[in-house]
Write a protein that binds this ligand. Structure first.
Ligand SMILES: *Cc1c(COP(=O)(O)O)cnc(C)c1O
Length: 368
């Protein structure tokens, strides 16, 4: 058995190489590198895919969060509530606006624990950023209820959750706006950095589109100061090819997760991921928990199976948030999870033979 990576982007490229190569070649020959049809087509394809009214193509998923927060009017003196368990982009962009990130512990689904949001709300709270981590979905009904009660914006971080659903609606369309990342390793990945924002609100859409492009919709008419966060044509072209396949790819991921679940569910020392009732998981990552995490990772690595830890430290415990003097007991669940989580290989091209081999190795480890 050849070694099995966490995600195999090389094999995916093999399947779509012809189409990708000819598209990139034509872009190079036409020298249309920024903007143009590929980018606007991608924005249209994305709104169609996710049943959103508007979308903006931007430089990356981190910019997407920053742009949305800024255009929701978040700034100095404000507080934004988010989860203790995410990638740093979620919280660093809050600070970039001048606002203050406030962390809430997670629940059994690796998402923000909605029951613990209200105790963190103050007069300065302006928004909540739920993160649909690993492709799993936050309890949006409860989060939207809280947001309504306290008049807060909801910005969904869907970087890991394209096509995940909450009660048949795509994540990203439930709150004020949703952000996406097309980082190569994400479920819909470009061949470089790229990101997107979706919203159903026209005025917010307009503002975000302007801000992402130097504060203007027309050249030399800068209605405000903005930033330069554009998706380039080559990335848009790659994404336009891949977006045609994303539904099929996500259903493959769900099938693989099902196989993992059925083969691993009886291992006492291993906890398989749960799907929240009312949600559809898109399995960007398949994350299990075990108290023997480090030995387990070592064993799989020796057998040629790559694993990952997403993420080794909850956000409030990172050195950059030391200044917050966070109370560690507030983050019991996130801290406990961070010591037990391990991500197993998952990608649409992972075949049955590989999957069986991985599960055999896992069973072997826990039998000892
Ligand atoms: C990947 C990711 C981002 C940032 O996306 P980039 O495109 O890498 O900037 C933001 N939030 C989460 C949860 C992510 O996983």
């Amino acid at each position: 058995m050849n070694s099995i990576p966490l995600v195999d982007l090389k094999i995916q490229y093999k399947y779509i190489k012809k189409e990708i190569d000819s598209k990139i070649k034509s872009i190079l020959e036409n020298a249309s590198f920024i903007g143009g049809n590929e980018v606007s087509n991608f924005s249209n394809n994305l709104t169609k895919l996710l049943d959103a009214k508007y979308s903006i193509s931007v430089g990356n998923g981190t910019d997407a969060l920053y742009i949305a927060l800024k255009m929701l009017g978040i700034g100095p003196g404000d507080e934004v509530i988010t989860t203790a368990h995410s990638w740093i982009s979620t919280s660093e962009t809050i600070s970039q606006t001048g606002a203050h990130p406030v962390f809430v512990d997670t629940d059994e689904f690796f998402c923000i624990n909605h029951e613990k949001i209200e105790e963190k709300i103050t007069k300065r709270t302006k928004a909540i950023i739920p993160v649909h981590l690993y492709g799993g979905v936050c309890n949006m009904t409860e989060i939207l209820k809280i947001a309504k009660k306290y008049k807060l914006f909801v910005l969904e971080d869907c970087a890991q959750a394209i096509l995940s659903k909450w009660k048949d609606k795509n994540v990203g369309t439930l709150g004020d706006a949703g952000t996406l990342s097309f980082f190569p390793g994400k479920n819909l990945g470009a061949y470089g950095d790229a990101g997107g924002i979706i919203t159903n609100k026209f005025s917010l859409f307009k503002k975000m589109k302007m801000f992402a492009s130097h504060g203007g919709l027309k050249k030399h008419e800068h209605l405000m100061e903005g930033i330069n966060s554009r998706m380039d044509s080559i990335q848009a072209a790659v994404l336009n090819i891949k977006i045609k396949k994303i539904k099929k790819w996500i259903s493959k991921r769900r099938k693989i997760a099902k196989v993992y679940n059925s083969l691993l569910r009886d291992i006492e020392e291993l906890e398989i991921p749960k799907e929240r009732k009312g949600s559809t998981h898109s399995y960007h990552l398949y994350v299990v928990k075990t108290n023997k995490r480090n030995l387990f990772a070592k064993h799989l690595n020796e057998k040629g199976i790559s694993t990952g830890i997403h993420y080794p430290k909850p956000l409030p415990l990172l050195p950059c948030y030391k200044y917050q003097n966070n109370t560690l007991t507030d983050y019991k669940n996130a801290i406990s999870d961070s010591k037990k989580i391990i991500s197993l290989p998952i990608y649409p091209e992972l075949n049955e033979k590989q999957l069986n081999y991985i599960c055999d190795q896992i069973k072997f480890f826990f039998k000892k």
